[in-house]
Design a protein around this ligand. Structure first.
Ligand code: ATP
Length: 418
């Protein structure tokens, strides 16, 4: 006798990646549609995970996102529905879109996830893991999407944030988005720091509404489902088709690891401690660069033009300051996402001393000859040494929301928030 799907209750994780292209689609939208199709078949969807992976992967379309759904139901039916959803919605016309779909009934070792978020993986590594786990999987075209899909079902989140993503009605895809700007600023003002990066107040820019032709209308990031819902409820916009709250590793700094200058690997992201060796210079395009060293090795740090006011902070560094540079190592530079000023050197300036007899400022008496008072002729050997005020303090500094990467933890999430 056939058992109806509603009575087959197997726990599974469904992972999907690489379904979009610069022309459209979004893996999270596909995931939200899939969740609804599974629910319609009386399956339970316990959790929808938005999993960001190494931001320096060159094949990514936008933010290197994959998704995983935690589902209870009939595995064969879920796999069938997931395959047909990918085949219907993924943008197969794009050469760079290589969808991957994975369904596992047992949880995978998280080692693959950590490698995918902090390093680079091979397609064959993903396939070996899936074969060993007796997973159901399908890799389309060159099958690269299996990397992200496998990492998504192997993911573990020691720290989490949430994002509500609202998706547009299909007939509006590719047209200008209608979202009330003022309501976005009000939503952030009311709920910050429980939600963040809806807008960039200092630069007067909306951050949460994309400009690409994909289905996303806007996304609100925050500490909990209820906080993102509070902010979302304040936003006036065109009607959405569907909305999904995702649990995510966004905003948690999981892509970062401790690194030593001289041992940094291309495309990995680090915390790197060093001493500033030269005054920051502003180059063509407004990009600011300086060098830090540790022992015999040095590395360039970059604050690019889009990091806006963060560059002003960087320009206040002077040789001898000790910092921790935080960011990805690419083409010989650390591209700064954040930095910690650990120690500031004393900056001093010298000038002729005051005459102890007539209290007038002395003048130089010639090279290496000390100082002389013009009024009374008194002589002094040493200058007056002045400690200059520094425009920086010890502590954390970050790029503004407009320049923030998905995985970067905003300082408003650092506890305690001051
Ligand atoms: P969007 O954010 O709009 O969903 P995307 O930026 O996630 O798009 P994808 O289209 O998913 O970009 O492309 C990223 C590709 O890189 C996928 O095929 C994924 O499997 C693969 N990938 C992800 N992380 C790694 C990694 N660490 N090493 C190698 N390949 C990876």
């Amino acid at each position: 006798m056939d058992i109806p799907p509603a009575y087959i209750n197997i726990d599974m994780l469904i992972g999907v990646d690489d379904t979009d292209s610069p022309k459209g689609m979004c893996t999270t939208y596909l995931g939200a549609v899939l969740a609804r199709r599974l629910l319609r078949e009386h399956m339970r969807v316990h959790e929808a995970r938005l999993v960001r992976l190494n931001p320096n992967v060159t094949f990514k379309t936008r933010g290197n996102a994959a998704i995983a759904l935690d589902v209870k139901g009939d595995t064969d039916l879920a796999f069938k529905i997931a395959c047909s959803t990918v085949e219907e919605l993924a943008d197969f016309s794009c050469e760079n879109t290589n969808p991957g779909l994975v369904v596992v009934e047992e949880s995978l070792n998280s080692e693959f996830y950590w490698r995918a978020v902090r390093d680079f993986c091979e397609i064959d590594d993903a396939i070996n893991i899936l074969d060993l786990a007796n997973a159901r999987y399908r890799g389309y075209k060159n099958r690269r999407g299996l990397i992200g899909a496998t990492a998504a079902v192997a993911s573990e989140f020691p720290d989490v944030t949430f994002e509500i993503l609202t998706y547009r009605k299909p007939e509006r895809w590719g047209t200008p988005r209608s979202v009330d700007r003022e309501s976005l600023f009000t939503a952030q003002l009311t709920t910050f720091p429980q939600t963040w990066d809806t807008v960039d107040q200092d630069n007067d820019v909306v951050v949460c509404v994309p400009h690409t032709p994909d289905p996303v209308l806007f996304g609100i990031r925050g500490e909990s489902p209820s906080w993102v819902m509070v902010a979302r409820s304040m936003i006036k916009s065109e009607n959405s088709e569907i909305e999904q709250i995702w649990i995510s590793n966004q905003g948690t700094d999981v892509h970062l690891q401790k690194g030593e200058i001289g041992e940094l690997k291309e495309g990995l992201s680090y915390f790197v401690k060093g001493v500033v060796t030269n005054s920051p210079k502003t180059g063509i395009g407004g990009h600011v660069s300086f060098t830090i060293k540790d022992g015999g090795h040095s590395v360039r740090c970059m604050a690019y033009e889009p990091t806006k006011g963060f560059r002003t902070i960087v320009r206040h560094l002077v040789p001898g300051d000790i910092i921790i540079a935080v960011g990805s190592y690419k083409k010989g530079s650390i591209n700064l996402e954040k930095m910690v000023v650990v120690e500031l050197v004393n900056v001093i300036s010298t000038r002729p001393p005051l005459c102890s007899t007539c209290n007038k400022r002395m003048t130089s008496d010639g090279r290496d000859k000390g100082y002389k008072c013009k009024k009374c002729g008194k002589h002094a050997n040493t200058p007056e040494i002045q400690k200059m005020p520094r425009k920086l303090e010890v502590g954390w500094y970050e790029v503004p929301p407009t320049a923030r990467r998905h995985l970067a933890k905003p300082l408003c999430r650092f506890v305690p928030y001051l």
